[in-house]
Design a binder for this molecule. Structure first.
Ligand code: SF4
Ligand code: MG
Length: 333
């Protein structure tokens, strides 16, 4: 659970001018988001929207600037020593590029043996072999003994990504944070890896955050969808509602610009550029690109408003006192 999570990074290079405050990148701003056991939550946005940073904050790779992260209702920031390590183990990050995440001179058995030893201290070699066979079976690299002596370069991208999932599984996690887990893979094998992730999430009753720039895959793959823009969550709710009745103008833009596989010749709409996170726009951060922007949008930042149960959008169009509710663009996407 992310509760009002905020992360600012200092801008590197160049000293701040005398008398000016130190410049920061507002990478993640006041994000509140829950993941649930047995469910997949998609986190969708353009590159640079802060979604990978949020995943890393949940994995405790960086300290937060504000807010807190909870696991099973307990804040993790007060944990120290063994309790903290136990928490970190329960939350496993799976990265986009499997080639970059393996030691090229370690065999598959060597890599998994290290992961198993790390998470099962005191286990003996023979027991670990059985655990490794089981992990490889779970990710469908069978028969396991045909793979244990191989090196990363002898596996395909899809097999390697399965292996990184096995390495995460060695920790017996409660939460998977999968950051663009199939973006670097051939289109033909993406579905297999996504289905594997879904099966593991369901079988283990784990929670999964699925970070992606592809809103179409969110609808297919995730129970819930959250949309991030310029460091903020702008819309969240059941995937069906967010993708079929997108409420936020940015979500509508994302959907209308997604390439339609049925019409490959169609040009992808130019949707403009996301703003600088060093000086984010005032008020609603989307206002410079928003076709529905009103005077108040540049001045006041909207809170999330509830559209239907569990479906919220951070947009003034949905405020109770919205000047002309008839202008709501809900049906145009
Ligand atoms: Fe557009 Fe205003 Fe809604 Fe922001 S708050 S998305 S600028 S209508
Ligand atoms: Mg990213």
């Amino acid at each position: 659970e992310a509760v009002h999570v905020t992360k600012h990074f200092p801008v590197r290079g160049g000293l701040p001018r005398r008398g000016t405050p130190r410049r920061v990148v507002h990478a993640v701003e006041d994000v509140t988001l829950s993941l649930y056991a047995g469910r997949i939550t998609a986190l969708v946005g353009e590159s640079g929207s802060g979604k990978s940073t949020l995943a890393r904050l949940l994995a405790q790779l960086y300290p937060l600037t504000g807010g807190e992260v909870r696991l099973h209702g307990q804040s993790v920031h007060a944990l120290r020593g063994r309790a903290f390590r136990e928490h970190v183990r329960k939350v496993q990050l799976i990265l986009q590029d499997p080639f970059a995440s393996f030691n090229p001179v370690a065999t598959i058995a060597g890599t998994l043996n290290r992961a198993v030893a790390l998470h099962h201290p005191g286990s003996r070699g023979k027991d670990r072999d059985a655990v490794i066979d089981d992990l490889l079976t779970q990710i469908n690299l069978v028969p396991p003994r045909q793979f244990t002596a191989k090196y990363p370069h002898e596996l395909s991208g899809g097999q390697l990504q399965r292996l990184s999932i096995a390495r995460a599984l060695a920790a017996d996690p409660d939460v998977f944070l999968a950051d663009e887990p199939v973006s670097s893979l051939d289109v033909s094998i993406r579905l297999g890896v996504l289905n594997l992730l879904r099966r593991l999430t369901e079988e283990r009753n784990a929670a999964m955050l699925y970070v992606t720039h592809d809103i179409a895959s969110a609808r297919y793959f995730a129970t819930d969808t959250a949309v991030m823009y310029a460091g903020q969550l702008v819309e969240s709710g059941p995937s069906e509602a967010v993708t079929q009745q997108a409420a936020h103008p940015y979500t509508q833009l994302l959907i209308s610009s997604a390439p339609d596989p049925a019409r490959t010749a169609e040009r992808v709409r130019d949707i403009g550029q996301p703003p600088s996170l060093i000086d984010p726009p005032s008020g609603c951060r989307f206002h410079p690109r928003c076709p529905y922007a009103m005077a108040r949008c540049a001045e006041q930042a909207p809170e999330p408003f509830e559209i239907s149960p569990g479906h919220t959008a951070r947009c003034w169009l949905y405020a109770q006192d919205a000047a002309s509710p008839g202008a709501a663009p809900g049906t145009t996407a």
